[in-house]
Design a protein around this ligand. Structure first.
Ligand code: AKG
Ligand code: FE2
Length: 272
Protein backbone atom coordinates (compact mmCIF):
# COMPACT_ATOMS: atom_id res chain seq x y z
CA UNK A 1 0.00 0.00 0.00
CA UNK A 2 1.49 3.32 -1.09
CA UNK A 3 2.04 5.79 1.75
CA UNK A 4 0.17 9.04 1.47
CA UNK A 5 2.55 11.94 0.88
CA UNK A 6 1.05 14.15 3.55
CA UNK A 7 4.49 15.50 4.44
CA UNK A 8 4.80 16.95 0.96
CA UNK A 9 1.93 19.35 1.58
CA UNK A 10 3.52 22.58 2.69
CA UNK A 11 0.50 24.56 3.65
CA UNK A 12 -1.34 25.76 6.74
CA UNK A 13 -2.39 23.24 9.36
CA UNK A 14 -5.85 22.86 7.84
CA UNK A 15 -4.63 21.40 4.56
CA UNK A 16 -2.42 18.96 6.43
CA UNK A 17 -5.36 17.73 8.47
CA UNK A 18 -7.73 17.49 5.54
CA UNK A 19 -7.49 15.86 2.13
CA UNK A 20 -9.93 16.32 -0.75
CA UNK A 21 -10.11 13.56 -3.34
CA UNK A 22 -12.29 12.14 -6.08
CA UNK A 23 -11.85 8.61 -4.81
CA UNK A 24 -11.25 6.97 -1.48
CA UNK A 25 -7.86 5.19 -1.25
CA UNK A 26 -6.60 2.79 1.44
CA UNK A 27 -3.60 5.00 2.24
CA UNK A 28 -6.03 7.77 3.23
CA UNK A 29 -7.65 5.41 5.74
CA UNK A 30 -4.23 4.58 7.17
CA UNK A 31 -3.30 8.28 7.38
CA UNK A 32 -6.55 8.93 9.25
CA UNK A 33 -5.88 6.08 11.68
CA UNK A 34 -2.30 7.27 12.25
CA UNK A 35 -3.55 10.81 12.90
CA UNK A 36 -1.73 12.31 9.92
CA UNK A 37 -5.15 13.44 8.75
CA UNK A 38 -8.30 14.42 10.61
CA UNK A 39 -10.75 14.33 7.71
CA UNK A 40 -11.08 12.93 4.18
CA UNK A 41 -13.47 14.65 1.79
CA UNK A 42 -14.52 12.56 -1.21
CA UNK A 43 -16.19 14.83 -3.73
CA UNK A 44 -19.38 13.74 -5.50
CA UNK A 45 -19.46 10.30 -3.88
CA UNK A 46 -23.18 10.15 -4.72
CA UNK A 47 -24.53 12.03 -7.78
CA UNK A 48 -26.18 15.32 -6.86
CA UNK A 49 -29.45 14.42 -8.59
CA UNK A 50 -29.76 11.25 -6.47
CA UNK A 51 -29.19 13.33 -3.32
CA UNK A 52 -31.84 15.82 -4.41
CA UNK A 53 -34.33 13.03 -4.98
CA UNK A 54 -33.58 11.32 -1.66
CA UNK A 55 -33.79 14.65 0.16
CA UNK A 56 -37.19 15.26 -1.37
CA UNK A 57 -38.39 11.86 -0.17
CA UNK A 58 -36.76 12.29 3.22
CA UNK A 59 -39.59 14.42 4.54
CA UNK A 60 -41.88 11.40 4.26
CA UNK A 61 -39.33 8.96 5.75
CA UNK A 62 -40.52 9.68 9.29
CA UNK A 63 -37.74 11.23 11.32
CA UNK A 64 -37.98 11.15 15.10
CA UNK A 65 -35.81 12.59 17.87
CA UNK A 66 -32.81 10.81 19.34
CA UNK A 67 -33.77 9.32 22.71
CA UNK A 68 -30.89 11.22 24.31
CA UNK A 69 -30.51 14.22 21.96
CA UNK A 70 -34.02 15.63 21.31
CA UNK A 71 -32.77 18.49 19.08
CA UNK A 72 -31.44 16.09 16.45
CA UNK A 73 -33.87 13.94 14.51
CA UNK A 74 -33.00 10.61 12.92
CA UNK A 75 -34.33 7.48 11.23
CA UNK A 76 -33.02 4.27 12.70
CA UNK A 77 -31.55 3.93 16.15
CA UNK A 78 -27.92 4.72 16.96
CA UNK A 79 -26.15 2.30 19.29
CA UNK A 80 -25.05 5.40 21.22
CA UNK A 81 -28.68 5.87 22.28
CA UNK A 82 -28.80 2.58 24.17
CA UNK A 83 -26.58 3.98 26.95
CA UNK A 84 -25.87 0.46 28.15
CA UNK A 85 -29.54 -0.28 28.97
CA UNK A 86 -30.52 -3.88 28.33
CA UNK A 87 -34.02 -3.00 27.08
CA UNK A 88 -32.70 -0.43 24.60
CA UNK A 89 -29.94 -2.75 23.39
CA UNK A 90 -32.63 -5.38 22.73
CA UNK A 91 -34.70 -2.80 20.85
CA UNK A 92 -31.65 -1.74 18.83
CA UNK A 93 -30.88 -5.28 17.66
CA UNK A 94 -34.49 -6.24 17.11
CA UNK A 95 -34.97 -3.29 14.72
CA UNK A 96 -31.53 -3.33 13.10
CA UNK A 97 -32.12 -5.49 10.04
CA UNK A 98 -35.56 -4.15 9.25
CA UNK A 99 -34.23 -0.58 9.46
CA UNK A 100 -31.44 -1.43 7.01
CA UNK A 101 -33.93 -2.95 4.59
CA UNK A 102 -36.40 -0.07 4.97
CA UNK A 103 -33.80 2.52 4.07
CA UNK A 104 -32.59 0.48 1.08
CA UNK A 105 -36.20 0.25 -0.09
CA UNK A 106 -36.77 3.96 0.41
CA UNK A 107 -33.88 4.70 -1.96
CA UNK A 108 -35.20 2.59 -4.86
CA UNK A 109 -34.57 2.62 -7.79
CA UNK A 110 -31.26 4.11 -6.68
CA UNK A 111 -28.67 2.36 -4.61
CA UNK A 112 -28.66 3.51 -0.97
CA UNK A 113 -25.66 5.81 -0.31
CA UNK A 114 -24.74 3.70 2.71
CA UNK A 115 -24.71 0.53 0.60
CA UNK A 116 -22.39 2.26 -1.89
CA UNK A 117 -20.15 3.19 1.01
CA UNK A 118 -20.11 -0.36 2.39
CA UNK A 119 -19.18 -1.78 -1.01
CA UNK A 120 -16.55 0.90 -1.60
CA UNK A 121 -14.79 0.13 1.68
CA UNK A 122 -14.79 -3.59 0.96
CA UNK A 123 -13.54 -3.01 -2.59
CA UNK A 124 -10.64 -0.72 -1.67
CA UNK A 125 -9.45 -2.16 1.64
CA UNK A 126 -7.07 -5.13 1.16
CA UNK A 127 -8.54 -6.97 4.16
CA UNK A 128 -12.16 -6.19 3.32
CA UNK A 129 -14.89 -4.51 5.30
CA UNK A 130 -17.97 -5.91 6.97
CA UNK A 131 -20.88 -5.16 9.24
CA UNK A 132 -19.87 -4.95 12.91
CA UNK A 133 -21.31 -7.60 15.23
CA UNK A 134 -21.64 -7.53 19.00
CA UNK A 135 -21.83 -10.98 20.51
CA UNK A 136 -22.51 -12.43 17.00
CA UNK A 137 -25.43 -10.07 16.49
CA UNK A 138 -25.35 -7.81 13.43
CA UNK A 139 -25.45 -4.13 14.21
CA UNK A 140 -27.53 -1.50 12.45
CA UNK A 141 -26.03 0.77 9.81
CA UNK A 142 -27.31 3.80 7.91
CA UNK A 143 -28.55 6.28 10.47
CA UNK A 144 -30.19 9.21 8.64
CA UNK A 145 -30.00 12.53 10.44
CA UNK A 146 -31.93 15.72 9.96
CA UNK A 147 -30.65 18.84 11.68
CA UNK A 148 -33.00 21.79 11.26
CA UNK A 149 -31.77 25.30 10.52
CA UNK A 150 -30.43 27.09 13.59
CA UNK A 151 -29.50 23.89 15.44
CA UNK A 152 -25.90 23.41 16.53
CA UNK A 153 -24.63 19.88 16.83
CA UNK A 154 -22.61 20.30 20.04
CA UNK A 155 -18.92 19.36 20.23
CA UNK A 156 -18.48 15.71 21.16
CA UNK A 157 -16.47 12.61 20.35
CA UNK A 158 -17.67 9.14 19.40
CA UNK A 159 -15.87 6.27 21.09
CA UNK A 160 -17.34 2.80 20.60
CA UNK A 161 -15.85 1.37 23.79
CA UNK A 162 -17.71 4.06 25.77
CA UNK A 163 -21.03 3.05 24.19
CA UNK A 164 -20.40 -0.72 24.31
CA UNK A 165 -18.65 -1.09 27.64
CA UNK A 166 -17.02 -4.41 28.31
CA UNK A 167 -17.46 -5.58 24.70
CA UNK A 168 -14.23 -6.99 23.24
CA UNK A 169 -15.43 -5.99 19.75
CA UNK A 170 -15.29 -2.35 20.84
CA UNK A 171 -12.14 -2.58 22.95
CA UNK A 172 -10.20 -3.98 19.99
CA UNK A 173 -10.52 -0.81 17.89
CA UNK A 174 -7.32 1.09 17.20
CA UNK A 175 -9.19 3.98 15.60
CA UNK A 176 -12.77 4.99 14.90
CA UNK A 177 -14.01 7.15 12.06
CA UNK A 178 -17.31 8.88 11.46
CA UNK A 179 -18.54 8.66 7.85
CA UNK A 180 -21.30 10.88 6.51
CA UNK A 181 -22.83 11.28 3.07
CA UNK A 182 -24.46 14.70 2.73
CA UNK A 183 -27.81 14.59 0.97
CA UNK A 184 -28.84 18.19 1.56
CA UNK A 185 -27.00 21.18 3.00
CA UNK A 186 -28.36 24.38 4.50
CA UNK A 187 -27.90 27.60 2.51
CA UNK A 188 -25.15 28.72 4.89
CA UNK A 189 -23.42 26.98 7.78
CA UNK A 190 -23.77 23.29 8.51
CA UNK A 191 -20.00 22.84 8.43
CA UNK A 192 -18.24 19.98 10.18
CA UNK A 193 -15.94 21.57 12.75
CA UNK A 194 -13.02 19.59 14.10
CA UNK A 195 -10.50 20.10 16.84
CA UNK A 196 -7.20 18.33 16.65
CA UNK A 197 -7.11 17.54 20.36
CA UNK A 198 -8.66 14.54 22.01
CA UNK A 199 -10.28 14.82 25.41
CA UNK A 200 -10.21 11.67 27.56
CA UNK A 201 -13.74 10.27 27.93
CA UNK A 202 -13.89 10.78 31.71
CA UNK A 203 -12.82 14.41 31.41
CA UNK A 204 -15.28 15.04 28.58
CA UNK A 205 -18.11 13.52 30.64
CA UNK A 206 -17.23 15.84 33.52
CA UNK A 207 -17.11 18.87 31.20
CA UNK A 208 -20.41 18.18 29.46
CA UNK A 209 -22.47 17.51 32.59
CA UNK A 210 -25.98 16.44 31.60
CA UNK A 211 -25.74 17.57 27.97
CA UNK A 212 -24.49 15.30 25.17
CA UNK A 213 -21.76 17.75 24.19
CA UNK A 214 -20.06 21.10 24.73
CA UNK A 215 -20.98 24.48 23.26
CA UNK A 216 -18.60 24.99 20.34
CA UNK A 217 -17.16 28.19 21.84
CA UNK A 218 -15.76 26.19 24.76
CA UNK A 219 -13.03 24.67 22.63
CA UNK A 220 -11.82 27.82 20.86
CA UNK A 221 -11.56 28.06 17.07
CA UNK A 222 -11.69 24.68 15.31
CA UNK A 223 -8.55 23.38 13.61
CA UNK A 224 -10.46 22.20 10.55
CA UNK A 225 -13.76 23.32 9.10
CA UNK A 226 -15.30 21.51 6.14
CA UNK A 227 -18.47 22.55 4.42
CA UNK A 228 -19.38 19.61 2.19
CA UNK A 229 -21.61 19.87 -0.86
CA UNK A 230 -24.54 17.52 -1.39
CA UNK A 231 -23.16 14.20 -2.62
CA UNK A 232 -19.85 14.53 -0.77
CA UNK A 233 -18.60 11.92 1.67
CA UNK A 234 -16.63 12.96 4.75
CA UNK A 235 -14.70 10.45 6.83
CA UNK A 236 -13.13 11.79 9.99
CA UNK A 237 -11.45 10.72 13.20
CA UNK A 238 -14.46 10.53 15.51
CA UNK A 239 -12.33 10.27 18.66
CA UNK A 240 -11.38 13.90 18.14
CA UNK A 241 -13.79 16.62 19.18
CA UNK A 242 -16.21 17.53 16.40
CA UNK A 243 -19.38 19.56 15.99
CA UNK A 244 -21.68 20.95 13.30
CA UNK A 245 -22.20 24.70 12.94
CA UNK A 246 -25.81 25.95 12.77
CA UNK A 247 -27.27 26.38 9.29
CA UNK A 248 -29.79 28.69 7.68
CA UNK A 249 -32.68 27.93 5.32
CA UNK A 250 -32.91 24.25 4.48
CA UNK A 251 -32.37 21.51 7.02
CA UNK A 252 -29.21 19.42 6.80
CA UNK A 253 -29.68 15.78 5.80
CA UNK A 254 -27.04 13.10 6.12
CA UNK A 255 -26.68 9.34 6.09
CA UNK A 256 -24.03 8.16 8.47
CA UNK A 257 -22.11 5.34 10.08
CA UNK A 258 -18.92 4.65 11.97
CA UNK A 259 -15.95 2.73 10.70
CA UNK A 260 -13.76 0.65 13.00
CA UNK A 261 -10.04 0.24 12.26
CA UNK A 262 -8.01 -2.51 13.92
CA UNK A 263 -4.76 -2.27 11.97
CA UNK A 264 -3.41 -2.34 8.41
CA UNK A 265 -3.90 -6.08 8.14
CA UNK A 266 -7.38 -6.36 9.62
CA UNK A 267 -10.82 -6.01 8.12
CA UNK A 268 -12.63 -2.71 8.62
CA UNK A 269 -16.06 -2.81 10.24
CA UNK A 270 -18.97 -0.42 10.11
CA UNK A 271 -22.13 0.27 12.14
CA UNK A 272 -24.41 3.05 13.35
O1 AKG B 1 -23.01 15.50 10.38
C1 AKG B 1 -21.81 15.62 10.49
O2 AKG B 1 -21.12 16.29 9.70
C2 AKG B 1 -21.10 14.93 11.63
C3 AKG B 1 -22.04 14.33 12.60
C4 AKG B 1 -21.37 13.52 13.68
O3 AKG B 1 -21.16 13.98 14.77
C5 AKG B 1 -20.95 12.14 13.42
O4 AKG B 1 -21.19 11.60 12.32
O5 AKG B 1 -20.33 11.54 14.31
FE1 FE2 C 1 -20.17 12.55 16.07
Amino acid sequence: MEALAVESIVAPRESVLKITADQLKPNMIVALAEQKLAVIQVKAFVPAHVCALLAERAESFGYSSYLNVPSVRRIGMAFYETEGRTDLIEQYFSEAQQNVRDFRRACEPYCSPIDIFRCTLDEIWPYGANLQTLDQRKMYIGLSRMVSAGTTFLAHHDIFSEDARGCPEAASLKAQFGANVYLQMPETGGALLMWDREIPAAEFDRMRGNDYGLPIETLGPPDVEVRPEPGDLLIFNSRKMHAVSPGTGRSRLTVSCFVGYRGKQQALTYWS
